[in-house]
Design a protein around this ligand. Structure first.
Ligand code: AMP
Ligand code: MG
Length: 336
């Protein structure tokens, strides 16, 4: 099947109403969308991505009131959080009702909901008058796509269409918090931090251990996505916790490897295979460049890539660290 590039919400709606999948832009990463209320359509998402069927999808809405159609027993925090962060990169997990098909939530009795902050995407949802189920539009396990070209690289000829939009401004997937647990729990870090959420709801937000630790016992996994290999280039990745001088010394003796670090490292690095993922002093820039940088690693055709992470706790963004840990299968060297 030829994958068409679409330039209007109306054309994308035509495909979605027929029960097809379409890749859509959002501010976080590109998503692979289907009508969330059409079981057969949702099935096609899992097939195209080769996604394990026990990994639930996020349901995207365009107006806050839609949330009442698909959920029950909403805690009071939902309205407060939506008012502050929606539309935006925050996904909340709440109790579902039986309008949402089981395939969307992988049989769980909770559902993940978000309102994306991109007009064309909300226009599309409004045109359909139905919620969109959408995980990231990458092949399962690969780095998430932050441009429509990334989606084409992964899913060309596997999906009928891509709605073209701008490159993603946030660049990593949404923050996921579970409002059904007590205490409220952050399952996936994103641009919006646990501290920001905690300040808005006036409650402590517990950060799930899996965010920055390898969970060896699968029964301790709270978010099914955590079980799977994630965000990986084909090249093996190892993280190196150190400063720019020590990293340069380390990597300059390894010209056969890829070196990924910050803009500030560039002048010290003699290794020809250098990739920057933004300034060490701008976490926003690191988030927006991270997945493109991880995708570039493979273009060097090397066996190994070393990625520098900041040894300064203040500069090490939890969402960046979380994605890099998974890309590196939790392999970290500390040079200090
Ligand atoms: P993706 O959109 O591909 O980034 O995947 C959505 C993420 O949200 C995955 O990590 C899922 O495991 C997680 N998720 C979705 N729904 C639920 C739920 N009901 N309970 C826990 N985690 C969920
Ligand atoms: Mg994903």
């Amino acid at each position: 099947m030829k994958t068409l590039l679409l330039n209007s919400a109306e054309k994308a709606a035509d495909f979605l109403l027929k029960g097809e999948v379409v890749a859509i832009p959002t501010e976080t990463v590109y998503g692979l969308a289907a009508d969330a209320l059409n079981e057969n359509a949702v099935k096609k998402i899992f097939e195209a991505k080769d996604r394990p069927s026990d990994n639930p999808l996020i349901v995207h809405i365009a107006d806050f009131e839609e949330i009442y159609n698909f959920t029950q027993n909403l805690p009071k925090e939902v309205e407060v959080l939506a008012k502050k962060f929606w539309p935006g990169p925050l996904t909340i997990i709440v109790k579902k009702n039986n309008i949402i098909p089981d395939i969307v939530t992988a049989g769980l009795d909770s559902v993940a909901i978000r309102m994306p902050d991109l007009n064309i995407t909300r226009d599309l949802i409004k045109l359909l008058n139905r919620p969109l189920a959408a995980p990231s539009a990458n092949l399962s396990g690969r780095p998430s796509p932050t441009s429509y070209k990334h989606v084409l690289n992964d899913l060309d000829e596997k999906i009928p269409a891509i709605l073209m939009g701008p490159d993603c401004t946030v660049g990593v997937e949404s923050t996921v918090i579970d409002l059904t647990s007590n205490p409220i729990c952050l399952l996936r870090p994103g641009k919006i931090t646990a501290e920001e959420i905690s300040n808005v709801i006036n409650k402590k937000v517990y950060v799930d251990k899996s965010v920055d630790h390898l969970i060896s016992d699968l029964k301790d996994v709270k978010s099914p996505g955590v079980k799977y290999k994630h965000y990986s280039p084909k090249t093996r990745v190892i993280l190196v916790k150190t400063d720019k001088n020590k990293f340069a010394k380390f990597i300059n003796s390894k010209p056969e490897c890829v070196a990924m670090a910050f803009n500030e490292d560039a002048e010290f690095i003699k290794n020809p295979n250098f990739i920057s993922y933004g300034s060490e002093n701008s976490q926003t820039q690191q988030l927006s460049r991270l997945f493109d940088a991880l995708r570039k690693i493979d273009s060097y055709n090397k066996k190994l890539a070393y990625v520098r992470i900041s040894e300064d706790k203040e500069k090490l963004n939890l969402a960046v660290f979380n994605r890099l840990l998974r890309a590196a299968a939790f392999n970290v060297i500390d040079l200090n």
